[in-house]
Write a protein that binds this ligand. Structure first.
Ligand code: MRU
Length: 354
């Protein structure tokens, strides 16, 4: 049996060097590999909002650093630095609304600030930077645990379908759903991956295909509208997706198109697995209808990388996420175990495990 820790993250979407973070600019991939330096809360918030980086767990790691940067140079926690931290928290919280990992990370960081204040720290900034490093390191381990749980659900020689990008580019580690695929491939369980292109940001076409190619995993890119036909005419063994927020009842928000894919999977009798860390589960959100869905600029639909597709004056909509109801999810794969099928009670039980 191969060792999962040998599955390293060859793609580094976030690097911390000294007092700055460098984000692999996902707007430029796959053509150009370049990093964007961010050293202030505002720069990090801007990078999240404009999608230089994206993917729920990675957004959480980035926000943790953005928050820490507000304390730069601070030893003791005085009123001025606490004011800067509170402002940074508000700014970062306003960058994107759906992925709960952002809010989870900010809550963890502000909790850390409170405990450092109580302990009368003289190393506030250094301690907060170390806490952001810890959030990032923990994500690496979390990814590995999900990969092990998820791969166990797949049989040898599977053909799977996925949407968006849920790999190393979306996390600090090997990925969520794509992490499962990578590990399952090592175990001889993946024959072929169908990746949906994922209009309009094209996470599937640009990012997932790039990652799969680098890993040498056989893959075919399909447009979002081809999924039903492929499911009907070929054997698809499983659909694997990530999530940006899982509500207490198991409903899961993920990239726009995921809900449709879950309905298609149901119609074709294909297991539909959602792979998400426990930091993506939001027990404070009762159900899918309560999850805030980001509405992005219509320009991102009307244009592809600056090239206008529609006639001048045409209008568009751009809900960036949708919600898959728990009843369409065969199993939710978390770092703490598999919730099969997802329900409020089962979710609570699995999450209570350490
Ligand atoms: O808009 P994005 O690219 O941030 O959306 C990403 C997704 O929807 C992913 O599937 C999700 O974050 C979970 S996988 C890391």
């Amino acid at each position: 049996m191969p060792d999962i820790s040998t599955l390293t993250d060859r793609v580094a979407p976030l690097k911390r060097k000294g007092d700055a973070v460098y984000f692999l600019d996902q707007l430029a991939l796959p053509g150009t590999v370049r990093y964007k330096r961010c050293a202030t809360p505002a720069a990090v918030a801007d990078a999240i909002r404009t999608m230089v980086l994206r993917g729920a767990p990675l957004i959480g790691c980035a926000a943790a650093y953005g928050y820490a940067f507000a304390a730069k140079g601070a030893g003791k926690a005085d009123a001025a630095v606490l004011g800067r931290l509170a402002k940074a928290e508000r700014l970062l919280a306003a960058s994107r609304p759906t992925a709960v990992n952002l809010f989870w990370a900010l809550k963890a960081m502000s909790g850390k600030t409170r405990s450092l204040c109580a302990a009368k720290t003289t190393r506030l900034y250094r301690e907060l930077l170390a806490a952001a490093d810890a959030v990032t390191r923990e994500d690496v381990e979390t990814n590995r645990r999900m990969a092990a749980h998820g791969a166990a659900l797949l049989k040898k020689g599977s053909t799977v379908m996925t949407i968006c990008n849920t790999g190393a580019l979306a996390t600090a580690g090997i990925g969520t759903a794509l992490g499962v695929v990578r590990w399952a491939r090592r175990l001889g369980k993946i024959k072929l991956v169908y990746a949906l292109e994922t209009r309009p940001y094209l996470q599937g076409a640009r990012l997932t295909m790039w990652e799969l190619q680098r890993e040498g995993i056989p893959a075919r890119l399909i447009t979002d509208g081809m999924a039903a036909h492929i499911m009907k005419t070929e054997r698809i063994d499983a659909v694997l997706t990530g999530a940006d927020r899982v509500a207490a009842n198991g409903d899961a928000a993920n990239k726009i198109g995921t809900y449709g894919l879950s309905l298609l999977a149901k119609a074709h009798g294909i297991p539909f697995y959602v792979v998400a860390p426990s930091t993506t589960v939001d027990l404070a959100t009762a159900g899918g209808d309560d999850i805030p869905i980001e509405e992005r600029s219509e320009r991102e639909v009307l244009e592809v990388r600056g090239l206008r597709l529609s006639p001048a004056g045409a209008r568009a909509r751009h809900p960036a996420f949708d919600v898959t109801p728990a009843r369409l999810i065969t199993a939710l794969v978390t770092d703490r175990g598999v919730v099969k099928p997802p329900s409020r009670a089962r979710l609570k039980k699995v999450l209570s495990k350490c």
